[in-house]
Design a protein around this ligand. Structure first.
Ligand SMILES: *[C@@H]1O[C@H](CO)[C@@H](O)[C@H](O)[C@H]1NC(C)=O
Length: 453
């Protein structure tokens, strides 16, 4: 069985072959998270489930699950002389139902996912993380969203300043990369194949290859941030790329800040975003009933992907936002700056105008704008639920002041009401160990079919 693999099933096979050894790998479990697909005649349930990201799993020798592939210093030199051999020699551990909760802080009651900020276990401290929606055991649920709408209930009431309980889509491969990269036979079942528009270089495995000390090697793909939020602030953003699909980048293509290539990479890292507070509406979203959208209660977040001619084939031209709370449909707020129109949705014109007003580089346009995002939606994207903290900017770009030395009276500098010294992970761990985010009621369908007007 040479040429195998990077997976747990292999470990189980070995266990069967060789009898019981130490450190037996665990059989993978997936959290129930059924969604509904809807059209004008109603909604149908799909038995979708949630899998946690591959990057946080233990990696063992596929031949002997008592031997870890990772050592204190890095990678076991025998198992991992190079990235491909390492992927072939090592197996990702499965996680059982108890492990999802006790190691990673993720639970389902059959309909609702709760995801904790901090979870202490014998493996150490787990800090939020990424969860992906599966259509079946080995395949992610691919969403093709042009001329459709996506709806999810979020509860951000237990997320303080500095945390981000996000809902987004990225153009991962449906099988997690198994067919593209033979050294990956674990696949979506084990949460492989993450990518995003920041072209992350920190991932342990990229394109079926364990990243053993390669520098400036990353993985890019289009990203659509439906919801990035805590109880103080929220925004929605699109990040498009000139590359198609799951795209391993090297050098300039990765758009690294360290090499001064922020705008030279394949993806629009800045994105184009609509955040109520940043658009100068400070009473729209917040943690009590005096706000139009009350973050102390669950919120139904509806996002509509409208095409120029109202067909599935037309170019994507607008991303509209609605909320539903207490049986009331709440319109998105409007841009509130002199000198630009009072837009209430994301369009290329909105992006151009606010970027010019804020003095930002219109990289979204250089990378193809909404039309290019629409092409990624046509190819299909994977749903990610993600809870994270921010070591580099303390989430101030979402909920505080950014840049830190910016003048708060300049348009676009104030992002939210959070203090400038909030969001520091060290303090957050002390002060908010019990923070969590809650997700439920994913619905997907034709325009106006997933909620009641
Ligand atoms: C959806 O509802 C809105 C508000 O009533 C309406 O303006 C729009 O035309 C509807 N769109 C479709 C495709 O039904």
């Amino acid at each position: 069985m040479k040429g195998a693999l990077f997976l747990l099933v292999w470990s189980l096979i070995c266990w069967v072959c060789h009898g019981q050894q130490g450190g037996i790998a665990t059989e993978e479990y997936h959290l129930p998270f059924p969604m509904q697909s809807c059209d004008s005649s109603g909604c149908q349930e799909e038995a979708t489930t949630i899998v946690i990201d591959a990057d946080v799993r233990q990696m063992y020798s596929a031949a002997d699950s008592s031997v870890s592939c990772q050592t204190g210093q890095g990678w076991d030199s025998e198992l991992c002389p190079d990235g491909i051999t390492c992927a072939e020699n090592c197996a990702l551990d499965g996680i059982d139902e108890a492990g999802y909760q006790s190691i990673y802080g993720a639970t389902s009651d059959g309909e609702t996912i709760d995801f904790k900020y901090l979870t202490e276990s014998s493996y150490g401290t787990s800090i939020g993380g990424r969860l992906y929606l599966l259509a079946s055991e080995n395949e992610y649920r691919l969403f093709k969203m042009k001329n459709r709408e996506f709806t999810i209930d979020v509860d951000t009431s237990q997320l303080p300043c500095g945390l981000n309980g996000a809902v987004f889509f990225v153009e991962m491969e449906g099988d997690g990369g198994v067919s593209s990269y033979p050294s990956n036979s674990a696949g979506a079942k084990y949460g492989t194949g993450y990518c995003d528009a920041q072209c992350p270089t920190y991932l342990r495995v990229i394109a079926g290859e364990v990243n053993i000390g390669q520098s400036n090697y990353g993985i890019c793909c289009g990203e659509l941030d439906i919801w990035e939020a805590n109880s103080a602030a929220q925004t929605y953003t699109f990040h498009t790329c000139t590359s198609e699909g799951y795209y391993p980048c090297q050098g300039v293509d990765c758009g690294s800040d360290a090499t001064g290539d922020h705008y030279n990479g394949v993806c629009d890292k800045d994105g184009c975003e609509f955040g109520a507070y940043r658009m100068n509406q400070h009473e729209y979203y917040g943690p009590d009933s005096s706000f139009d959208v009350d973050s102390s209660q669950p919120i139904t977040v509806v996002t509509q992907f409208l095409t120029e001619d109202g067909t599935d084939e037309g170019d994507l031209v607008e991303m509209r936002r609605l909320y539903v709370q207490n049986n009331q449909v709440i319109r998105n707020t409007r841009v509130n700056f002199e000198g630009i129109p009072d837009y209430d949705s994301i369009t290329d014109e909105f992006c151009n105008d606010y970027k010019e007003l804020f003095g930002e580089v219109p990289d979204f346009a250089a990378k193809g704008g909404l039309q290019s995002m629409g092409e990624a939606l046509d190819r299909g994207m994977v749903l990610v639920l993600c809870l994270w903290e921010d070591y580099s900017n303390h989430m101030q770009w979402l909920d505080g002041i950014s840049p830190a030395d910016g003048d708060p009276s300049d348009p676009g500098v104030l992002r939210g009401p959070c203090p400038a010294d909030s969001g520091r992970p060290g303090q957050m761990h002390q002060n908010y160990p019990d923070a969590y985010v809650r997700y439920s009621n994913v619905k997907f369908g034709t325009i106006n079919s997933t909620f009641t007007l």
